[in-house]
Every structure is written in structure tokens, then in C-alpha cells.
Design a binder for this molecule. Structure first.
Ligand code: DGL
Length: 268
């Protein structure tokens, strides 16, 4: 048996890895952070689709048994075929959009849902389509929040500057009366406390990391992915650039879990 592969444009997806590690302690994980090419959230759909394919091919070459696309921007480029193959290898692939949309649709009371994401995620309308596939009557207010990723990467999760920026981004969804907000980006769970404060106590926050952990737990339980229960599961991180800053931010996001191996990935 092998590891579960997971990829993101950078360190943000470690929020998803952390949630998976917590939910599935016996599993090994191989994480690919495409740090040489981030941010994905500012790129065109064609470029993101190309990156998605390269990252998937890399993880398949590494022999993973399943692939989790932690990146929301990249998840919007996934098509409906939920099994990917390359050469001899094949694996089921999971994006974060559907589980997040399902959770939001289940938890809203007034049928008004806000979606926060990068420009690429909002432009692709992935959450909007997924929500309307569940219930066409849902009112969906989408808000691109391009300043939030750099603020998280700067470590300013609870800074007054971040609070001001959040108030500005949340104005439209709150004025529209949403009762549920989808944190549609890998970095936003790090801002959960500040987002909750800015949104107020009545708003439900949907964290794609937690929803993915629940989905994968179900997939392992029903045998769609072969389950493993190792005493010493392995946690490897491979990045396409070797910048040191990511190690610091990454280790803080992943705590209390530690990394067994960190290396440079030649994705070709
Ligand atoms: N991982 C991206 C996402 O979830 C955010 C960072 C980026 O723009 O690359 O959309």
C-alpha cells in the first residue's frame, strides 16, 4: 500500500494535509507544493489546467493511491472524470469544491451562501455551479479576496490590517444576508478566527479542509481507497522551489505534526 498524494500551489494546502492527518492517523501522505509557480489564484484557466495535469502526472509517477487537489483554484479545473491515469498508473482524484458546496447547502437555513476565494476560483464559478446542482434556488454571493493569501503568507492572520481587509471583502456578502460562508481557498482556514470576528457569530463558516477530511474518511471506509494503518506513517513534502520561507510558514500550519522528509520535486 502507498501514500495518499495531495497537492497545492504552495503551503496553503497544508491546512488540508493537517486535517487529513488528524482524521486518518495511520495513512502516509506525499504532499506536492508547486511553490515555483504560485500563485495559481491570479492565473488563467488554461494555465491552471496545464499545471493541474503536470502535478497529477507527477503524483501518479510517484505511485500514490489517490490524489487530493487541496487547491481550490486548481479544483475548479477538474472535469467530471474522477479517475486519472498516466502510463500504467491510475488513481481516484478528489477536489475540494463539491464537498465544500455540499456542506454549505446542508447547513444554510435561509438559502443564502457566500463564497470567498481567489480570483481564479470565483471567475470559474465552480462553487456556484456545484451549489446550483444541489439546489437551483440557493442564492450565491461570490467574493474574490486576492489580498488574503499574501496576508496569511506574511503571518498577519490576526493583524488589524487583515481585519480591515476582511471587513471590506465581507461587506457585499453580509449586506446580501448570507448565513453561511465557504472558505474557498487553502489559506483561509488560517484566518478562521479573524473571519469569524468580522462576519459575526451568526454566520456558519465552511472549511474545505475539514470537509475533505470527512469525504476521504468515507472513501477509505467504503473501500474506494485501500485503507492503511501503519504505526509509523510517513509524511513527505516535495516543493518545486526551495525557498526557505515556506518551511517556516508550512511547519507552523502543520503543527503539531512534523515532516519526515522535505525535498525538491522535479515535476519535469
Ligand atoms: N491554493 C490556492 C487556492 O486554494 C491559493 C493560493 C494561490 O493562489 O496559489 O485557491
Amino acid at each position: 500500500l502507498t501514500a495518499i498524494g495531495i497537492f497545492d500551489s504552495g503551503v496553503g494546502g497544508l491546512t488540508v494535509l493537517r486535517a487529513l492527518k488528524q482524521a486518518l492517523p495511520g495513512e502516509s501522505f506525499l504532499y506536492l507544493g508547486d511553490t515555483a509557480r504560485l500563485p495559481y489564484g491570479a492565473k488563467s484557466a488554461d494555465t491552471i489546467r496545464r499545471y493541474l495535469k503536470q502535478n497529477v502526472d507527477y503524483l501518479l509517477r510517484r505511485g500514490v493511491k489517490a490524489i487530493v487537489v487541496a487547491c481550490n483554484s486548481a479544483s475548479t479545473a477538474l472535469d467530471d472524470d474522477r479517475r486519472v491515469s498516466s502510463g500504467e498508473a491510475a488513481a481516484p482524484i478528489y477536489g475540494v469544491i463539491e464537498p465544500g458546496a455540499r456542506a454549505a447547502a446542508a447547513r444554510t437555513v435561509n438559502g443564502k451562501i457566500g463564497v470567498l476565494g481567489t480570483r481564479a476560483t470565483i471567475r470559474a464559478n465552480g462553487y456556484l455551479r456545484a451549489l446550483h446542482a444541489i439546489d437551483p434556488n440557493l442564492e450565491v454571493i461570490q467574493q474574490a479576496c486576492p489580498l488574503l493569501v499574501p496576508l496569511v503568507e506574511e503571518g498577519w492572520s490576526e493583524d488589524p490590517v487583515t481585519r480591515d481587509v476582511l471587513q471590506r471583502y465581507l461587506r457585499a456578502p453580509l449586506e446580501a444576508g448570507v448565513d453561511t460562508l465557504i472558505l474557498g481557498c487553502t489559506h483561509y482556514p488560517v484566518l478562521r478566527k479573524s473571519i469569524a470576528e468580522a462576519a459575526g457569530p451568526a454566520i456558519r463558516l465552511i472549511d474545505s479542509a475539514e470537509e475533505m477530511a470527512q469525504l476521504l474518511t468515507g472513501e477509505l471506509a467504503r473501500g474506494a481507497i485501500a485503507a492503511e494503518s501503519r504505526e509509523q506513517p510517513n509524511l513527505e513534502i516535495w516543493t518545486t522551489d526551495t525557498s526557505e520561507a515556506f518551511r517556516e510558514v508550512g511547519s507552523a500550519i502543520l503543527a503539531p505534526y512534523s515532516i519526515d522528509h522535505w525535498d525538491w520535486a522535479d515535476i519535469g
